[in-house]
Design a protein around this ligand. Structure first.
Ligand code: NAD
Ligand code: MG
Length: 395
């Protein structure tokens, strides 16, 4: 790609957004930032606007927009400030935008990602919830809109790198036996099972290898993150649940592997730093500098373990939701968001996370979603169901 790539970065102030801008700043000749979006952290957004000079800055509500306009004027930055979900849908579809980094956290990222798909953009997808909630509709939109999808999640980026370049959705045709999705096992991999009942949000967020937002950090502790990633892999690589195996690899050096019929296993390794998958996707098909240091293999062992569903019931719930299909993955995701929020707020204990998701899944409607509205309704109902369970626990 010779011409300058014009970027829209959704969720610019988050961990992925910040890492994306770090890589972008290393290549001013390659990238131009057209739009930055955020929900809170206005000061951080202003600093990013000062550095990257986007044409548009998008926040979630009018009060934030008014405040941001003042802050940008004080900083001498001319950016058009927009707000709300329709503004997110608008900026991703701008004709001057080539590439959209979809890095909003949670279900809030779905509509703008769908809009980018319909608009035929190159989508760098970090927001795994889009695929978990609406995998079928999103993949259809990517196809219909002529969009290009590049995975940012480190495991899926590793799988993408380990598949043949000509892969077009048929794993068998490429001689693939299985996808080996690696997981660190999070901070609770080895603590006595009896102690899980009393772990705190800060303990759950103290990830051994990765620095991430708090929601995804809790998801890593419960391994729901891996469960969501199993569903993500299913849609990205057209992999049946039986073709996806989760492998605990506590060092997070191998980011995932592809196991081929001839016995070859191709893996992608690297330091655990999201700038590697981000740079891979930003530069694709070229390799560009990410700022990540070279991997030092000496003096460290690489080990592997099978996951234990007793310790990590959320992983089993995710495999089951994928097998049952329909609305269940969306229900799983929504109930998990409610449960993690309640846990992070100190309202419920750790075990309430899996229990409330199970409660919501048991109440979910079956059947295939025919539209995004069906999924959004299932998402809302799942949050109500999970909340009613969580409130009883908190009482
Ligand atoms: P984060 O919490 O650090 O940042 C989230 C960003 O989204 C922020 O810019 C925030 O302002 C914005 N946002 C939050 N709620 C919003 C809303 N309702 N509407 C609009 N914008 C909103 O999260 P993160 O760790 O950067 O993760 C972002 C996404 O990337 C998630 O889907 C996560 O699962 C995925 N991901 C993250 C990592 C990682 O290492 N952090 C790795 C793989 C995948
Ligand atoms: Mg991941």
């Amino acid at each position: 790609m010779n011409k300058v790539q014009n970027l829209c970065i959704l969720g610019a102030t988050g961990t992925i957004g910040v890492n994306t801008l770090d890589v972008v700043a290393r290549h001013p000749e390659r990238f131009n930032v057209v739009a930055l979006t955020a929900s809170t952290q206005l000061e951080k957004l202003v600093a990013q606007c000062v550095q990257h000079r986007p044409r548009y800055a998008v926040v979630m509500d009018e009060a934030s927009a008014i405040k941001l306009r003042g802050l940008l004027a004080d900083a001498g930055v001319q950016a058009e400030v927009l707000f709300g979900i329709s503004a997110l849908e608008q900026v991703v579809a701008l004709p001057e935008v080539d590439t959209v980094m979809a890095a909003i956290v949670g279900a809030a990222g779905l509509r703008p990602a769908m809009a980018a798909a319909h608009a035929g953009k190159r989508i760098l997808l970090a927001n795994k919830e889009t695929l978990v909630m609406a995998g079928s509709l999103f993949m259809q939109a990517v196809e219909a809109g002529g969009a290009t999808l590049l995975p940012i999640d480190s495991e899926h980026n590793a799988i993408f790198q380990s598949l043949p370049r000509e892969f077009n959705g048929d794993l068998a045709a490429c001689g693939v036996r299985r996808i080996l999705l690696t997981a660190s096992g999070g901070p609770f991999r080895t603590i006595p099972l009896a102690d899980l009942a009393t772990v705190t949000p800060d303990q759950a967020c103290a990830h051994p290898n990765w620095v991430m937002g708090r929601k995804i950090s809790v998801d890593s502790a419960t391994m729901m993150n891996k469960g969501l990633e199993v569903i993500e892999a299913h849609w990205l690589f057209n992999a049946a649940p039986a073709q996806i195996e989760v492998v605990i690899h506590p060092q997070s050096v191998i980011h995932s592997m592809v196991d081929y019929l001839d016995g070859s296993v191709i893996a992608q390794l690297g330091n655990p730093d999201m700038r590697t998958p981000i740079a891979y996707a930003l530069g694709f098909p070229e390799r560009i500098d990410s700022g990540v240091s070279a991997l030092d293999l000496f003096g460290r062992g690489l080990t592997f373990e099978a996951p234990d569903y007793q310790r990590f019931p959320c992983l089993k719930l995710a495999f089951d939701a994928l097998a049952q299909g329909g609305m269940l993955p969306a229900v799983l995701n929504a109930a998990n968001e409610s449960a993690v929020a309640a846990f992070l707020a100190g309202q419920v204990g750790y075990h309430a996370i899996a229990a409330s998701i199970e409660y919501a899944l048991a109440r979910a409607m079956s059947g295939e979603p025919s539209s995004l509205d069906d999924l959004i309704a299932a998402d809302a109902q799942a949050r109500l169901d999970a909340d009613s369970y969580l409130q009883k626990q908190a009482a």
